[in-house]
Design a protein around this ligand. Sequence first.
Ligand code: PNS
Length: 172
Amino acid sequence: MAVYPGSFDPLTYGHIDIVERALEIFDKVILAIAHETSDASKRSLFTVEERIEMAKEVFEHLPNVIVDSFKGLLVNYVGETNARVILRGLRATSDFEYEFHMASMNRSLNIHLDTMFMMTSKDYFFVSSRSIKEVAALGGAVEGLVPNLIARRLKEKFKLPLTKEKQIGWEY
Ligand code: PNS
């Protein structure tokens, strides 16, 4: 079992790819959605309840993915599960410093936990929740980078015109 923590604000295909690949290694993956992050300047677009709801819908077909949320220190949360591994995705060397710092801090807080990194697939190395929000806010297309249900929620958040499919009542 591994805990995959993050803001997931919102979940992207980059995150989903990591979860699907992690399921080849671990029997269960807990997607742990943080109420707050270490970066105080980061305000979330979606509430934690909205992020949980979207993630549950996205992973509905994968019973070995448990969607949960946590408050406070990640190591305390992971310590309450049976997991000993914290899973994180790495897109580029620019992610390394932040991740190395976080993994080292977590290990100094709890020596029994370790962080495992997976390289993001080449198809998603440029995808981040931050860029998805920026593109969506400016009316750009994010379909193909996030699941359709999330693209729709982004449009609603930014009060952009709904797609034709939505207007005629398509569910996707
Ligand atoms: O997706 P993100 O925003 O990069 O995820 C960061 C997250 C939520 C994993 C990190 O901020 C976190 O673990 N926050 C909980 C507080 C904590 O444990 N901080 C100590 C680690 S430096």
